[in-house]
Design a protein around this ligand. Structure first.
Ligand code: ADP
Ligand code: MG
Ligand code: MG
Length: 886
């Protein structure tokens, strides 16, 4: 077991061990690309350090040995007074966490080696610029001194020497800056800036280890669902210098446009700069194409390398590079983050180029990405003049009130747009809370852009016409428009436009496509629609899992059909009792004799019938699973307190309304402390005579009507909330009796499958017995989650869930993503025992989880026949089911 590996000892498949950055550096080294030499300290060392609180004892020797090899290879010594070698110490976890952890450049400089570096490079300015960078980074990251203190000192130096920026400071001025920086360190820590290069190196490595656990890194991991126990690797790498004069510089590039997926190398370049200057948005970089003018040789070389990397990884890559006096060096590569639109377009491009097959193409897109493409966009017809434009960094349309810091983004009710000059990792909570991000500095590779893109959040960066005054909480746009905190603005992450006020939002072209509202020409013209439509075909060809829709009205049923649902998995009947029809139910509850009750039911019957006929007609030939009435009765009745007050007031005035008094008595009688666990579902059907018979009657008549019309209706009748087989058997008898009666009366043989929801733990645990009587199961995972965890789904969001998410008790709400370990186990037991009792048992799931991508994969894995979800999630479930099958 060892901890340290030279770059030429690893490869891209060892991300667990070497982290993403280390694996990429190793891969590029093996490909013979110009990578400065170095070595990687594996993630295991970080884990050991974080548990023991100490460096693993054997680590020091390993580092010594690798350092010696590095020095031999370079022919220079770390921190030597003559032509010194400098190194960077770079974090790099398995999953990219942009800007979240520390990196320290120029390790090895001290009061002696700075002269050695100046002499070797022939530039005093460069050597002192590097030294001040080292002290600044070391001071803020390793020693934890507020970065603003160094920033203020640098600003002061620029002012006093009349420099417009750091590039204009000469050697003497930079020497002065170094002296001030050292004084800051002395003042803050009570000791000198460490002069021993090896001590600098060790301290930097420790700091990188510790940066794994900073608050911002933890927040980021929670957001991105990255486990907290992986640790980071540390890469020690010989420095190359982008700050060595006008023929040097540094940049970031993508092999394709990560925002749209359009082909063509794409990136930002900043001359006379080192490392983080590009990403930090300190100065706004120039587009990569400008290198054509500055250094065509290096650009050609970079293009060649990027083509090679893309072919090699068979995917979009991003790279960091530095040009040192006309020589190109590669400092990082990885598979690049991308927007949802780019993901679909590129998967199809790579497929058409023969680099990947259909299976891999399906693996390159996700249901979540498709969901993003289904968000509305700004109305293209809307004729508003933007008050500013910036770089479109992450698409979407965001409308919200301007806020100028993280705290306001989190505290402001409603939608917000976080407006910053540039963002740093400290702004992460604000970016998470806001609906959009707008900055005045930085390019497509700036921190704000990278983070927002990763989260699928609308973002415009580098709107450099904006004068942002965070202190006054306002910004001024080029035309003089002033936007204050609380004013509404709109930003378009696809065009980069910024508007004052709220812009109208329209449906996405992808939704228009699913709705069947685009003609062939419109489809052809939109590359994203093209890519999505092809991907849907591939997914449908491959998926095993059926995808049904939850639909309660003929209109919903129509949409379900347009969205290619294989049936309706959940038709709720209760809304059919609400609205104007509510008073019928009220009467049903108040009815004092069987005759009265029958009268009300007879009034309800034709209404139910009309609904069912419409839905069955839309779904001709496909299954329609109709759930018998489910919600607690009190939902149909007035609120107890309100009614009590009304009656009391009336009594006080001496005007007693007998109807209200009677109603109040009924409401009192039916009042339950815990209605979700009360009189609802099958219990209603068993307790209120005639209700289920009326519903089944309506279903049977509707089916008969459709058969007469020449259709093939496929109703299925579903009993909700059973706890065991006895309840189901009683219901089944009643349902069969009504089906039989209507068949006799109409002379039409009406058939309907009769099955049940499984949404209580007891039902799941006795599924074998239930399946002897039920023809199908449909898991109601919302109630099953609620009853398995004992969480009230209507109350948790505002109560303890935020704390649970914060503490990492779960990564996502179990109502959004199925809790596979607990609830999923009940589902699996019921599937297994149900199928053992009845081989052809049909099994599906209805409820939110049916449209959740990760849950869909789970349901596919345990062998369900179908998932059912809202019509808009049907395409997402189809795609995810296709992905699960390959
Ligand atoms: P991050 O993970 O935040 O991108 P990096 O470790 O990639 O941090 O380093 C930050 C910046 O410093 C990058 O722009 C990188 O290219 C640059 N850099 C890192 N090591 C060196 C080096 N040895 N020579 C020159 N620049 C470097
Ligand atoms: Mg980097
Ligand atoms: Mg339920």
């Amino acid at each position: 077991r060892r901890f340290v590996f030279a770059f030429n000892e690893g490869d891209k498949d060892h991300k667990d061990l070497l982290g993403g950055k280390g694996a990429g550096l190793a891969e590029m080294t093996n490909l013979g690309l110009p990578v400065p030499p170095g070595f990687t300290i594996a993630t295991g060392a970080c884990r050991r350090y974080l548990t023991d609180g100490n460096m693993p004892p054997e680590l020091a020797d390993e580092i010594d040995a690798h350092l010696a090899r590095l020095e031999a290879e370079r022919g220079k010594r770390l921190g030597s007074a003559v032509d010194p070698m400098l190194v960077s110490v770079r974090s790099g976890a398995k999953f990219s966490m942009p800007g979240m952890m520390e990196t320290i450049l120029d390790i090895g400089l001290n009061d002696d080696s700075v002269d050695g570096l100046a002499a070797a490079a022939g530039s005093e300015r460069f050597a002192w610029d590097s030294y001040r960078r080292l002290i600044q980074m070391f001071g803020s990251t390793v020693l934890g001194i507020d970065a603003a203190r160094f920033g203020a000192a640098l600003d002061a130096a620029e002012r006093s020497s009349g420099a417009a920026g750091d590039v204009d400071l000469d050697a003497a001025a930079l020497r002065g800056v170094v002296a001030v920086y050292k004084a800051i360190i002395r003042d803050a820590t009570g000791r000198e800036f460490p002069q021993d290069p090896r001590e600098q190196l060790d301290m930097a490595i420790r700091a990188v280890f510790e940066s794994w656990n900073t608050e911002r890194a933890r927040v980021y991991r929670r957001q991105e669902r990255i486990p907290h126990n992986l640790g980071t690797a540390v890469n020690v790498m010989a420095m190359v210098y982008g700050n060595l004069g006008p023929d040097s510089g540094t940049g970031v590039a993508f092999t394709r446009d990560p925002a749209t997926g359009a082909p063509g190398v794409y990136g930002d370049y900043l001359s006379e700069a080192q490392g983080e200057d590009v990403v930090a948005g300190i100065r706004t970089p120039v587009p990569l194409q400008d290198l054509e003018r500055l250094d065509p040789g290096s650009l050609a070389e970079l293009r060649r390398i990027m083509a090679l990397l893309e072919d090699h990884y068979r995917d979009l890559c991003d790279v960091e590079f530095t040009i040192e006096r006309g020589k190109l060096w590669m400092l990082q590569t990885r598979i690049g983050k991308r927007t949802a639109a780019a993901a679909f377009r590129m998967a199809i491009q790579f497929l058409d180029d023969g680099l990947i097959d259909v299976k891999e193409a399906l693996g390159r897109v996700t249901g979540d990405q498709l969901a993003q493409l289904m968000f509305p966009q700004f109305d293209p017809q809307f004729e508003a003049k933007p008050i500013a434009t910036g770089v479109p960094a992450s698409p979407g349309a965001a409308v919200g009130v301007a806020v100028f810091d993280s705290a306001s983004a989190a505290d402001t009710e409603g939608k917000t747009i976080l407006v910053r000059r540039e963002t740093s990792p400290d702004d992460l909570p604000g970016i998470i809370a806001a609906d959009g991000v707008l900055t005045s500095r930085g390019g497509k590779t700036s921190h704000a852009a990278v983070v927002a893109r990763g989260m699928g959040k609308t973002c415009v960066v580098g709107a450099d016409g904006l004068e942002i005054d965070a202190e006054q909480r306002q910004f001024t746009a080029p035309g003089g428009v002033v936007v204050r905190e609380g004013d509404t603005i709109s930003i378009d992450g696809t065009s980069g436009c910024v508007y004052a006020g709220a812009i109208d939002v329209v449906p996405s072209p992808v939704v228009e496509y699913f709705e069947g509202r685009l003609d062939a020409e419109q489809r052809r013209r939109d590359p994203v629609v093209q890519a999505v439509s092809r991907m849907m075909i591939y997914a449908d060809e491959r998926r095993r899992l059926g995808v049904h829709a939850n639909a309660d009205t003929p209109d919903d049923a129509k949409r379900a059909r347009r969205f290619r649902a294989d049936g309706i998995g959940l038709c709720r009947t209760e809304h059919m009792f609400l609205g104007e029809r509510r008073h019928h139910v009220e009467e049903l509850i108040l009815a004092e004799s069987a005759e009265e009750q029958d009268k009300v039911l007879a009034e309800l019957l034709p209404m139910q019938l009309g609904d069912f006929v419409g839905i069955l007609a839309e779904m001709d030939g496909l299954p329609v699973t109709i759930r018998l009435i489910d919600p607690p009765l009190h939902e149909f009745l007035p609120d107890l307190t309100e009614l009590s007050v009304k009656v009391a007031l009336a009594e006080a005035r001496g005007e007693v309304d007998l109807g209200d008094v009677r109603l109040l008595r009924a409401v009192r009688r039916l009042h339950e402390q815990n209605p979700m666990l009360g009189l609802r579902g099958v219990r209603l059907g068993l307790v209120v005579p005639g209700l289920v018979a009326m519903q089944v009657h309506a279903i049977a008549e509707a089916a008969a009507a459709r058969i007469r019309a020449g259709d093939d209706p496929r109703p299925e009748i579903m009993v909700p909330l059973i706890g065991g087989t006895e309840e189901f058997e009683l219901m089944r008898e009643e349902i069969e009796r009504v089906l039989h009666d209507v068949s006799e009366a109409s002379g039409i043989d009406i058939r309907a499958k009769i099955g049940t929801m499984i949404e209580l733990p007891r039902a799941a645990l006795t599924a074998g017995r239930i399946a002897e009587h039920a023809e199908f199961f449909s898991f109601g995972t919302n109630d099953l989650t609620q009853t398995t965890w004992g969480f009230s789904r209507d109350d948790v969001e505002g109560s303890f869930f935020p704390a649970y998410l914060e503490k990492g008790i779960f990564a996502a709400s179990p109502f959004e993503s199925l809790d596979e370990e607990g609830v999923g186990r009940l589902v699996a037991i019921a599937v297994e025992e149900g199928r053992a009792a009845r081989e052809d048992l049909l099994i599906g799931v209805c409820g939110e989880h049916g449209g959740d991508p990760s849950s869909v994969r789970f349901f596919d894995r345990i062998g369900l026949d179908y998932v059912s979800c809202s019509p808009f999630r049907v395409p997402i479930a189809r795609l995810e089911a296709g992905r699960a099958a390959v």
